[in-house]
Design a protein around this ligand. Sequence first.
Ligand code: AMP
Ligand code: ZN
Length: 445
Amino acid sequence: MRIYNHLAHKVENFEPIEPNQVGLYTCGPTVYDFVHIGNWRTYVFEDILKRVLQFNEHNVVHVMNFTDIDDKIIKRAKEQNVEFTKLTQKYEEAFREDLGKLNILPADFYTRATEYIAQMIELIERLLKKGAAYKAEDGIYFSVEKFPDYGKLSGLSKGNLKKGARVNDDLYDKEAWSDFALWKFEKPGEPSWEAPFGRGRPGWHIECSAMSIDKLGEHFDIHCGGIDLLFPHHENEIAQAEAATGAKFVNYWVEGEHLLVDGEKMSKSLNNFYKLSDIVAKGFDPLALRYLFMTAHYRSKLNFTWESLEAVQSALDNIRDLVASSKEDGVGEVNADHFREFSNAVGDDLNMPRAIAALWSLLKSDLAHDSKYATILKFDQILGLELDKVEMVPLPVGAQELIKKRELLRKEGKFEESDKAREDLAGMGLEIEDTPEGTKWKVKK
Ligand code: AMP
Ligand code: ZN
């Protein structure tokens, strides 16, 4: 399998540290509101990556965090006059429910920041001891100057570094490259925890380094997120972890591109976002959204429109009809040629548009039904479109043969006879439709 590694700035062969074992960490949501479908694009891409690894017989240990304490959560809880934990519990539950609707495989571990305060404190103490962090009046900061490799992931040059400048905010842009907060000292009315270097709460970046190290070790295989996390979040995670351990943190950094609306990033701050429930309220299947995400390469931007969602919904309906028509009692052998086409596509830096094309070419092929169905099920281990749940519609005795005979008659141009076959099938209660993908049939209502 080949994958684009942001650390190497190129596509590389994937080699796990331990044969067939993969440690995978994906940055999860900040649970102060419902996530939007832009976020879902990232979580679906990560799910596909995980499924491809499993498909290649790797045993994946997947960790995802919930950021359940940060500036945004504190602000929102104050506005709503509720305990912050009440807010975070509600949105964590909503998130987990939606994961299932998009057929995203659950992680092996969900780690909440507030449950890893001790590990974060320990990591900060290591950094203080090594001189990579220092105490200022409002918190503990990481000294970017002390980590010569800073910038290696995002490829930014040190020219942007403002000596001695500090940021307390969790989000800052490239121009403000500077020391960042590991720990923020207590403020009145805000949640805080006891620590040897002073009561307070963690900065955002430290949680992912602490939780991934705790669950996957100081050196693991893959770390993922959306492209906006590359800098500063992931750059800072590397700095914190490697300055503390003195060794390489993660081998592969794999990041997904954004979902756009009208050419702009879908985000809460621009107020141009839709939630999964908005899609469902308009009558769309959440899996149509999953399909839509797969029509673009994960490293390309994808512009969301309702028209494109309508188009993929009808494509998905067509796929289901074709699957229902090819389903038979017995499951045959996976077809090697079609399988190769599909697995080459997914192994080529997760080229899902090509994988989808391989699915269509399989559906349109005249493979024996049992073999076609077995191959579809194999593809769906990665696609995750729940094609295994498509109901088989039992055909009346003799109908299958008659459908095949009619197809042959049409090919031979014997239209009178094929029309007669259509009438006979109608007599059996079947409605026949000739499509570019082959003959489809439905039981008449
Ligand atoms: P956040 O809650 O903002 O930290 O985002 C959660 C995840 O969604 C992160 O991996 C982000 O990079 C990702 N993300 C945020 N906005 C978008 C977007 N418009 N398209 C794709 N991914 C996004
Ligand atoms: Zn993170």
